[in-house]
Ligand binder design. Structure first.
Ligand SMILES: N[C@@H](CCC(=O)N[C@@H](CS)C(=O)NCC(=O)O)C(=O)O
Length: 214
């Protein structure tokens, strides 16, 4: 399998499947396309119909769109348990990923992923509403599925690591880059994601990239 990704410093969508695959120890070949090269879009359009990354290539199959890539990997590698085993938890994890995929436009527009800098922005009410919703969602997942009968099932949103954690990893970087204040539990969860060995490897590679956004 090949995973086509963009610049590690900036490409939040590429980070999600890369993190899931790497954290789960699933082997794949990484193909990095610099999004800021003049002919980059033309190169990407030869790979996917949208010209966007990430894309997963498995033999004669090319999958574009992160949610579809996540589903394909989970089906192909069920032992990796990239979705929660419990059906209700799995449904909520999928809802959380879909909400991330379709939403939080104000946050994503104002606070782009940039692993190389710390930036300051004026947080608009719309961005704060996104932050509040994410904090509430994380808290709800942790309360309902991360901990059950006082037995902690693991530190992630649904106990063990799953796609929902990978989907929110870029958000954790945005909170850090833009110094967005979080309640202690949400901060602890963001720190957990930012300290995963797989994330650290991605981050180090991103910070070493010579290309900067134009
Ligand atoms: N809906 C797509 C979004 C992918 C996306 O927007 N990728 C960005 C990089 S993070 C991209 O390829 N941008 C370059 C472009 O739009 O030409 C997905 O979920 O995979």
């Amino acid at each position: 399998m090949q995973l086509v990704i963009g610049n590690k410093k900036y490409s939040s969508w590429s980070l999600r499947p890369w993190l899931g695959l790497t954290h789960a120890g699933i082997p794949f070949e990484e193909v990095l396309v610099n999004l800021h090269e003049p002919d980059s879009k033309a190169r990407r359009l030869k790979i996917t119909p949208t010209g966007k990354v990430p894309a997963l290539i498995d033999g004669d199959l090319t999958i574009w769109e992160t949610l579809a890539i996540a589903e394909y990997i989970a089906e192909k590698f069920p032992a990796a348990k990239l979705w929660p085993v419990d059906a209700k938890a799995r449904a909520v994890a999928r809802a959380a990923c879909a909400e991330m995929h379709a939403g939080f436009v104000p946050l994503r527009s104002l606070c782009n992923m940039d692993l190389s800098q710390r930036k300051s922005v004026t947080i608009t009410p719309e961005v704060q509403a996104d932050v509040d919703r994410i904090v509430a969602l994380w808290g709800d997942c942790r309360a309902r599925f991360g901990t059950r009968s006082n037995q902690d099932r693991g530190p992630f949103l649904f106990g063990e690591f799953c796609w929902a954690d990978a989907f929110f990893a870029p958000v954790a970087t945005r909170f850090r880059t833009y110094n967005i204040a979080l309640p202690p539990e949400a901060q602890a969860y963001a720190d957990l994601l930012l300290n995963l060995p797989a994330f650290k490897a991605w981050e180090a590679a991103g910070q070493a990239e010579p290309w900067t956004e134009v």
